[in-house]
Design a protein around this ligand. Structure first.
Ligand SMILES: *Cc1c(COP(=O)(O)O)cnc(C)c1O
Length: 187
């Protein structure tokens, strides 16, 4: 998947920071893609590569109605010429919200399931059912975090980030954090 080699790092200025002698900067992963939060692309990179290696034509994943992961998977799959299927928690509410409308517009097939079925989404029974319905697919877990996702998020930091003593990131499933953590430089 196409990812920029380096993402700009912008310094932030505030009187409190200069008073305390703190240098604060933000790595602009939001610039990795115009519409998708950049960490999601790092998480998807090796998963989509693996889907192709396995000869799959579609990827299937799960999420809530406001999932950035659903949105990003639709976008990234399209960019990689893979079909995408999104299993969405809860009833279909129309018109679709911006997240789901965007995913659908990018070609993602949306499939809505009730909350009880959603809780059982990882069971063999449920996966067999959706396999019958959608055919063979590459499965990406809810939130997109697995080993290959972490392999991707290990590429978020680069050598220019060694100047920093602390790295902060938000956490959902922890895939972004895990990759960053395991690729930290000694300092
Ligand atoms: C998905 C997401 C996260 C959480 O990422 P995890 O790898 O699931 O921890 C944090 N911030 C933003 C903006 C996100 O889209």
């Amino acid at each position: 998947m196409l990812l920029p080699n380096s993402v700009p790092v912008n310094s932030l200025n505030h009187p409190i920071l200069s008073q305390k002698g703190i240098k604060l900067a933000i790595k602009r992963l939001d610039l990795v893609h115009t519409e998708v939060s950049g960490n999601k692309f790092f998480k998807l990179k090796y998963n989509l590569e693996q889907a192709k290696i396995e000869g799959k034509h579609s990827v299937l994943t799960f999420g809530g109605a406001f999932s950035n992961h659903i949105y990003a998977t639709a976008e990234a799959a399209k960019a990689e010429s893979l079909e995408s299927i999104g299993i969405i928690r809860g009833e279909k509410i129309e018109p679709l919200n911006a997240t789901l409308a965007h995913a659908e517009q990018r070609g993602m097939q949306l499939h809505f399931i009730d909350r009880k079925s959603y809780r059982e989404k990882a069971t063999a029974d449920f996966l067999n059912q959706i396999n019958e319905k959608f055919g063979d697919f590459y499965l990406i877990p809810e939130g997109g975090t697995n080993e290959l996702a972490i392999k991707g998020t290990q590429e978020i930091l680069d050598s220019s980030d060694k100047q920093f003593t602390h790295i902060c990131t938000s956490i959902g499933t922890g895939g972004t954090f895990a990759g960053i953590f395991s690729s930290l430089s000694a300092n």
